[in-house]
Design a protein around this ligand. Structure first.
Ligand SMILES: [Zn+2]
Length: 573
């Protein structure tokens, strides 16, 4: 316990004047006041013990006025104080002290829409992202089989026919040639389409089936299946893929978690998972086997959802289950997004809904009677209109429910105001704009594209945006999203001047979107999402300042340290 020497002197000086004061009542009062204030000061400057002090930093608190600080103190996993380096160091002593060497610090990044389990799975699958032709994919698959002859299935993900010269969807013919006996399942980059071989179709008993509600099975001119499946049809095959053992699942999730920590993420939204997966997660979190804060949404079948919401909200320190993820339509890249008018590059198709509107309405009506939040995937303008109107019916503008639309990708101009009127949170993924911009205009045509990936318009209407990456569909690095949101160009700086720049957001808005607004979309803005007293001590130190670095350097900025509840979970070597 230490006090300032100056204050001791002041107290001593006052004591020797007491005798004099007793004779003069006014002086007495003055003296008493001075003594008591001196004692208070001595107490205040006594260095309090905390767990961690971080100083000499440029701390973006992301509080309501976006204030900057130099230092903060953490105790029991909570931010207890912030201020200048001098203030914090003179007020506190800590077991651990970090000199940030002038680097920038932000609240731990929050991905408002990702798929943790899918990322874990993807790390185990054959990575087909960026493949420039189907031949390249075949090469990867045959190499995989050579090295893993015991694998019962060959599973890959990430292919995108838009990157190939012919841009045509692939068929199962060459898969059947190379893999006549082993089932093959290859997820498209958007996870809404998969290519499977005959053996996989056979295992799923789909050889003779040609139509699936809420899904598509592509056929050739002779009426034979091509192996290309969309949306609900994908599930008919994927459910036959052997599930990993629990220990294997946990180790894959831990690997995925480490990847997320390495880019500064401390909180994620797990946007829709089966009951079985949720039970696994609960168990892992109860055993303290996972550390990342997870807002896991209930997905799966409508029957599963109905069963789950009866159990009520689940809330622990790191795992929260209070949201239901529903699917309205598919994806634009697969032409399964549900549009008001036909696709500009396929006049026969408007895409489709994954379930009848009445079924969607009915389940939302049921959830409206519970405290659960609804978060619905909607890509096409028809899907967005449907969901906005159903929400509007049950919400009646109640802002406390915080229901969300995931993606809100193509919105009819007359529907934007409904986000404000019905109080609906737009949860968007800026890298979708810069990944889709090469071909989205051919799907939508010159007019509709103007109201696609319209993040600034959505922000203008609702007042907040929840930003995410949709990992593993896009890369999980939140700085890629930050870069895409503010510059609207790809990693090569294309297109010059940016894609539909009227829908870029400012750096401050983007940072809010990946911290405090993401937390708001999960009812957690009072607990996390900013560096303020009483909040969870989650923060990240970066190699450079994302608020001032040149546009073309944003994606290269590295995470130096990631901290959750005062504990370092990632440290750059
Ligand atoms: Zn998603």
């Amino acid at each position: 316990m230490k006090g300032s020497p100056v204050l001791y002197w002041r107290a001593f000086y006052l004591m020797i004047n007491i005798k004099d004061s007793i004779r003069h009542p006014m002086k007495l009062i003055q003296t008493i006041l001075l003594i008591s204030s001196a004692f208070l000061l001595v107490q205040c400057t006594t260095n309090k013990e905390v767990d961690l002090i971080v100083y000499n930093a440029k701390v973006y608190t992301v509080d309501s006025v976006f204030s900057l600080k130099e230092a903060f103190a953490i105790k029991g996993g909570i931010f207890v104080d912030m201020g200048t380096s001098r203030e914090i160091q003179s007020k506190y002593v800590a077991k651990e002290v970090i000199d940030a060497e002038g680097k920038a610090i932000y609240p731990g990044f929050y991905d408002a829409h990702g798929h943790f389990l899918m990322l874990a799975e993807a790390l185990e699958r054959i990575d087909l992202h960026g493949a420039k032709s189907f031949d390249e994919i075949l090469e990867k698959l045959t190499a995989y089989q050579r090295n893993n002859p015991d694998q019962r299935w060959i599973i890959g993900s990430g292919w995108d026919q838009n990157l190939w010269e012919n841009k045509r969807f692939p068929t199962k013919d060459s898969l059947d040639k190379y893999f006549p006996e082993t089932p093959v399942f290859l997820s498209r980059v958007d996870h809404h389409t998969a290519l499977v071989n005959s053996q996989a179709l056979h295992i799923a008993q789909l050889d003779t089936i040609r139509s699936v509600p809420g899904g598509r099975m592509a056929v050739d001119s002779m009426g034979n299946l091509t192996g290309l499946l969309m949306d609900n049809a994908v599930k008919l095959v994927s459910r036959h893929i052997p599930v990993p053992e629990e220990s294997h699942l946990l180790s894959a999730l831990r690997k995925a978690q480490d990847s997320l920590f390495s880019v500064g993420l401390t909180s994620i939204v797990d946007a829709g998972m089966s009951l079985e997966a949720l039970e696994h997660l609960k168990k892992f979190y109860q055993q303290d086997s996972l550390k990342i804060r997870n807002y896991a949404m209930i997905g799966g079948s409508i029957r599963d959802i109905e069963r789950y919401i009866k159990e009520g909200i689940y809330e622990s320190e790191r795992l929260t289950i209070r949201s239901v993820k529903l699917m309205a339509d598919g994806a634009l890249g697969s032409r399964s997004a549900y549009l008001l008018e036909p696709y500009s590059d396929d006049s026969l198709s408007r895409g489709f809904l994954l379930q009848e509107p009445e079924i969607l309405d009915n389940i939302i009506k049921k959830i409206a009677k519970t405290p659960f939040q609804v978060s619905t995937h909607a890509i096409g303008d028809a899907a967005n209109r449907l969901v906005l109107d159903i929400y509007g019916k049950y919400l009646e503008g109640d802002g406390k429910r915080r229901w969300r639309i995931e993606h809100a990708q193509v919105v009819s101009p007359t529907d934007f105001e409904k986000f404000a009127r019905f109080n609906i949170i737009p949860s968007v993924q800026p890298t979708h704009a810069t990944s889709d911009m090469y071909w989205a205009a051919s799907r939508l045509g010159p007019d509709r594209i103007k109201n696609a990936y319209a993040y600034n318009i959505l922000l203008h209407h609702y007042g907040k945006l929840a930003l995410g990456s949709d990992f593993p569909i896009e890369h999980f690095n939140p700085l890629y999203g930050f870069h895409a949101a503010v510059t609207r160009v790809d990693q090569n700086g294309f297109p010059t001047g940016g894609f539909q720049m009227e829908n870029a957001v400012t750096r401050e808005q983007a940072l809010r979107g990946m911290t405090i607004w993401a937390a708001f979309a999960c009812f957690q803005e009072k607990k996390r999402g900013s560096i303020e007293r009483g909040k969870d001590a989650d923060f990240v130190i970066l190699s450079d300042d994302i608020m001032t670095a040149p546009d073309n350097q944003l994606r290269g900025i590295k995470t130096i340290r990631t901290v959750i509840a005062g504990e370092t979970v990632f440290l750059q070597e």
